[in-house]
Design a protein around this ligand. Sequence first.
Ligand SMILES: Cc1ncc(COP(=O)(O)O)c(C=O)c1O
Length: 439
Amino acid sequence: MKVGNLDNWWMPFTANSAFKASPSPRMVVRSSGVHYYSEDGREIVDAMGGLMSTPCGHSRPEIAAAVAKQLGELAFVVPFNVGHPAAFELAERLATIAPAGLKYSFFVNSGSEAADSAMKIALAYHHKRGESNRTRFVSRERAYHGVNFGGMAIGGIQPNRDAYGIGLPGVVHMRHTWSEENRFTLGQPAAGAELAEDLTRFCTLLGGHNIAACIVEPVAGSTGVLVPPVGYLQRLREICDQQGILLIFDEVITGFGRVGENFAAQRFGVVPDMMTIAKGLTNSAIPMGAVLVSEKIYNVLTDEKRHKGIELFHGYTYSGHPAACAAALAVLDIFERDQLVQRARDAEPILQNAVHALSELEVVTDVRGIGMMAGVDLQPLDTPGARGLQVLQKLYDAGVMVKMTGDTILLGPALVMEPETIKLMVSRIGNVLSDCQTI
Ligand SMILES: Cc1ncc(COP(=O)(O)O)c(C=O)c1O
């Protein structure tokens, strides 16, 4: 397939002018397993697994068949006061793999919508309980919760906020968990649990009784795979419990086997009150996200004694879209049949040891990782991000697609990637990085 005019698609999070002016813009026309295929017929290893969003590998025929069947039977029904079987079945199956008590699914269409929906559910929950004063949110520097107004406001990435005004009032950010002393740690760093006390400080400053929720990614993904220090998430849970604050985990990246359990909450042994998910939910074949909600919250919001009629004035035309539900059900079947969570557990040491071997290279200033996700910091050139763009292109030319965040390489391959391919992928990265000049 030859692509012609590049003018009219305004590409997201893209340097459009540079991309369109390039003599060889990166153009992918096919995908299969853990590979993309470029317009000029090259096979490229997908080191990012989509955007850590295709745990089952690309273009799975089982998912395509399930979606096609659903589209032929019931392509759409409005989800307001009308149900359909696939959405109920999916919610029931998610309840069986979710951390204890997170029994209820509110379906949305992306990770960004999941973040904003979780924030609204938190506010509605406190409102219904007569605590309308709880309007503040505590999140974290270097957080990514998508691009809608709520997610942007709780996000902690300056360029994503810069052009868009003040965001939401009442949002404060704890410090991120990256530290110099924890550089090159394999798995969870030992130092840093005390960073959770930032939440205590906000409770003291703002009044814990005014805070609706604390929201964090268990492992901050987009800003470079920042693994939580031992005890950090446990301490956040304790403080939230003491102060009546809801704890929300954004598991858009860490869900669906990425860290060797169904969800990071299970790996770290901390159960939040709500969890946002997307990406792996449908293997990204069809857009879909969800907020998984605890019984405590659902029961308050749907209690007939408190309220009759519609309980939550929130939802999307495409909430629980039949085609997305069919894709997600097919994904859950693949996870079960192919034992994908176990495969992730088995592959973790292979990926982590290979990536940590890059620490030897002069241009590498930190390596971190857990499960099937890793971040590699590179020494910046004069302009932050310039090294990243250069390395992105060189890796693409060498047959590896990575995601760069500034000067950090993100790796999060499909959970089905074979050990030999993991080693090949990292050795290609090593070759490119070996050629980088340091300052
Ligand atoms: C942790 C996290 N939350 C939310 C999002 C936003 O998801 P989406 O791009 O589907 O809106 C992302 C996307 O990368 C993410 O990593």
